[in-house]
Design a protein around this ligand. Structure first.
Ligand SMILES: [Zn+2]
Length: 429
């Protein structure tokens, strides 16, 4: 008999990137999953908590792989990027948004950028237990050149001293310095604005940095074990970034067949994050200003090529610009339905983007992202089958339990619990 009480799920419909395994038993001891097997477990101890899932889904916690914890109605004010609000208020917002993300079933998050080293502080605060939050890979300021799209919000005649979300640098040497500075402040993934487009004020054809600058930044990051992600919205820049070994392509507008082949080969990640432009275009359409239609065409093109990238084995990820105008924080799983319905991606594949692929981006696929013995118990109990209807992941009432490292963030399993007295009666195996 085990010395510590265990958590035992029986009759679970286990769902992860490997598909479904109905009728499974999953055992959690302390932080980790220790057993995943078919059929019942026979040695249930008196202290063990036994939960009969009755065919309900047990799946890995999801990962948002493009997350801006500080974004708040971004784009609604003519303020320099990252200086919209006082840093302390931004930090409180970040804590609040990270907790929201976790409560929506995302036990992991990879930042796509935040100012004032707020992400690194959030990571420490979560580890200290100051608030419930996901496992976080901390992001950086936006490392890019003088006058790039993000820097344009700093008109020169304002003589703004603080740089907000921008780490401005020019030339390979300054790119190395900027990247090292970000890593020193705790960034684990460096954000670079490689092009304009996709919601920025510069055109998508505009490449914001030279090959040498990008290459130097990537080399400096990799030397210190950090990743580099690039906001990229044209074909030429996708190929340039692949040439110099970028880790993550954000948006990837302009993706073509050759790029798909190269990305499948190199294992470069792609975060399409097309829900923000979609919502923004809808908002603009309603405003009567009229440029929603051209955005809608770009989105359609981007969505058209996604099934091809997915079938070719490109490592796709979920995550989007929540907190930007038109896409408020708080409904993160709607993205999964969006890709299933609007791009025709099979639900199991979208779930794979949000679980196994996200864990791989975090460098933790050996212990996260699937329901496997030895993995951390980052898991969700879902009332229903997300493969039959992926929209149920958005329904908080259907998320009966959220666990991170074996600890419950949400626990509404009491009605499914089998009390000890019923176990010995022989009614329960
Ligand atoms: Zn973003």
């Amino acid at each position: 008999m085990p010395s510590l009480p265990r958590l035992i799920f029986r009759a679970a419909n286990v769902l992860d990137a490997d598909g479904t395994r109905p009728g499974s038993t999953v055992v959690v001891e302390e932080r980790r999953i220790t057993v995943v097997q078919q059929g019942p477990i026979l040695d249930v101890g008196p202290l063990d908590r036994l939960i009969d899932l009755g065919g309900r889904t047990l799946m890995p916690g999801m990962v948002s792989s493009h997350f801006h914890a500080t974004y708040h109605e971004l784009g609604s004010r003519p303020t320099p990027f990252g200086l919209e609000e006082p840093p302390a208020l931004q930090a409180v917002r970040a804590a609040n948004n990270l907790e929201k993300l976790l409560r929506c079933g995302f036990t992991g998050a990879v930042s796509a950028g935040a100012p004032f080293a707020i992400d690194a502080a959030m990571k420490l605060a979560i580890a200290e237990g100051l608030f419930p939050g996901p496992r976080l890979m901390a992001g950086s300021n936006d490392v890019s050149t003088t006058g790039h799209a993000g820097d344009k919000s700093f008109p020169w005649y304002w003589e703004v001293q603080a740089m907000g979300a921008i780490n401005r640098c020019d030339g390979p040497a300054e790119f190395r310095r900027a990247v090292r500075q970000e890593i020193k402040q705790g960034a684990e993934i460096i954000k670079m604005f490689v092009t304009g487009g996709h919601g920025t004020v510069a055109p998508s054809e505009q490449i914001e940095m030279t090959r040498d600058e990008l290459s130097a930044g990537i080399e400096a990051a990799h030397q210190r074990g950090a990743l580099v992600r690039g906001h990229i919205a044209n074909r030429e820049a996708i190929h340039l970034a692949l040439d110099v070994g970028i880790d993550v392509i954000d948006h990837g507008d302009g993706l073509d067949d050759t790029a798909i082949e190269r990305m499948a080969e190199s294992g470069t990640f792609l975060v399409p994050s097309q829900l923000f432009p979609k919502r923004f275009a809808e908002m603009m359409d309603g405003s009567g200003l009229g440029f929603g239609a051209s955005m809608a065409r770009d989105i359609e093109r981007a969505l058209d090529i996604l099934p091809k990238a997915n079938d070719a084995g490109v490592k796709l990820l979920c995550g989007d610009d929540y907190g930007a105008l038109g896409l408020p924080h708080g409904h993160y799983a709607d993205e999964l339905e969006f890709y299933a319905k609007e791009a025709g991606i099979p639900p199991l594949d979208v779930i794979t983007w949000a679980t196994r692929n996200g864990a791989e981006l975090m460098g933790r696929s050996h212990e996260m992202g699937s329901i496997r013995s030895g993995n951390l118990a980052d898991m969700l109990v879902v009332d229903g089958d997300p493969l039959a209807d992926i929209s149920i992941l958005q329904d908080e009432a259907r998320l009966l339990a959220i666990m991170k490292g074996g600890a419950f963030v949400k626990d509404e399993l009491a009605p499914l619990e089998i009390p000890e007295r019923d176990r010995v009666s022989g009614a329960v195996q």
